[in-house]
Design a protein around this ligand. Structure first.
Ligand SMILES: [Zn+2]
Ligand SMILES: [Zn+2]
Length: 89
């Protein structure tokens, strides 16, 4: 039987099918706590502030398309760095 849960991250409802539940049971694991979209995000630890942040699939694709590496810093630190650059005397 299909069950519906609310994502712990974005709070959107998502469902887990009967076969998925069986799979988790067989592995002795807890069923998903996050929706598919949030699970697709890659969790990273910011190099500057050591806070966790996420890189979404679309961001990864965008970076890969430009031959760039995924971000090493969280959004906040990236913004601070950007704002700080050239803003000084
Ligand atoms: Zn979510
Ligand atoms: Zn940071």
């Amino acid at each position: 039987m299909r069950i519906t849960k609310n994502c712990r991250s974005c709070n959107k409802p998502f469902s887990i099918s009967g076969s998925e539940q069986e799979w988790f049971k067989g592995k002795g694991l807890e069923p998903f706590t996050h929706c598919k979209q949030c699970r697709a995000k890659e969790k990273k630890i910011c190099r500057s502030c050591k806070e966790a942040f996420f890189i979404s699939e679309s961001e990864k694709k965008w970076l890969a398309g430009r031959g760039l590496k995924p971000f090493a810093n969280c959004q906040k630190c990236r913004k601070e760095r950007r704002d700080g650059a050239g803003a000084g005397p």
